[in-house]
Design a binder for this molecule. Structure first.
Ligand code: PXP
Length: 252
């Protein structure tokens, strides 16, 4: 089984900065630390309302990742504004996400099946520009097929419902993990690269990381929270070790 990559989402460093309207803490410094601690890439979501990451952060993160030769995964809504920003920066990857102004976080996956007519031309432009495009979707076989049909090369499976069920000790956790496994297997069969993310912590990372088709996890909020207690580098190193353990157990 190939090594699972870790993308660290640094959005919430910007959330803390913006709480005071100051320049500290700096998401670029967090990105540098994350890469030094074993992250394979950096993920950032420029939201329409700019509640955390700013346009200037994207400029700086794109430059930092380019300088370090590491991938920037640009999370973006399906809008003309975000399309223009992605094409101006040419990040390694773009992940298409749904966005509603009133949501606290990305609550569900993108409805690729319903949005086909808006999503397919955007995917074509991004792919033509050399950007690897993923669709952030729920673990639903119809959405996997739709992601393939719009021309995405990658899907990112939304692990939020599973992680929440585990945290709240809900009986449906096992079924939700099963859905993730089935969606990963179907995507792989269709030739899509499979990623996963949202809500992952030290407890949920191992069952997710053990899904053999997965190539990348994107983790943010928990790591930034844990950084308050043990530091960003050690939090990432622990997450990385748990991912590697899950893969080693699976391979054994
Ligand atoms: N992947 C995607 C597409 C996301 O939108 C997010 C949240 O911004 C994450 C991964 C990371 O989720 P979390 O911050 O809950 O770890």
């Amino acid at each position: 089984m190939s090594k699972l990559r870790l993308g660290v989402n640094i959005d919430h460093v910007a959330t803390v900065r913006n709480a005071r309207g100051e320049g500290y803490p700096d998401p670029v410094r967090a990105a540098e630390m994350a890469l030094a601690a074993g992250a394979d890439g950096i993920t950032a979501h420029l939201r329409e309302d700019r509640r955390h990451i700013s346009d200037a952060d994207i400029d700086a993160l794109a430059a930092t990742c380019r300088k370090r030769g590491r991938p920037l995964n640009f999370e973006m809504a399906v809008t003309a504004e975000m399309e223009a920003i992605a094409l101006a920066h040419l990040p390694h990857a773009a992940c298409l996400v749904p966005e509603r102004r009133e949501e606290v976080t990305t609550e569900g996956g993108l409805d690729v099946a319903r949005g086909h007519n808006a999503i397919a031309p955007l995917v074509a432009k991004l792919v033509d520009a050399g950007i690897r495009v993923s669709c952030f979707i729920d673990a639903d076989l119809a959405q996997v097929a739709a992601a393939k049909s719009v021309g995405a090369q990658v899907i990112e499976l939304h692990t939020g419902a599973y992680c929440q069920a585990v945290r709240e000790r809900l009986p449906q956790a096992a079924a939700l993990l099963q859905n993730l496994k089935a969606a990963a297997s179907e995507a792989h069969r269709l030739g899509l690269e499979v990623h996963a993310g949202h809500g992952i912590d030290y407890e949920t990372v191992k069952p997710v990381a053990a899904i053999p088709e997965l190539m990348e996890l994107n983790i943010g909020h928990f790591l930034i929270g844990e950084a308050i207690f043990i530091g960003l580098g050690p939090a990432i190193q622990r997450m990385r070790a748990l991912m590697d353990e899950a893969r080693a157990t699976r391979a054994a």
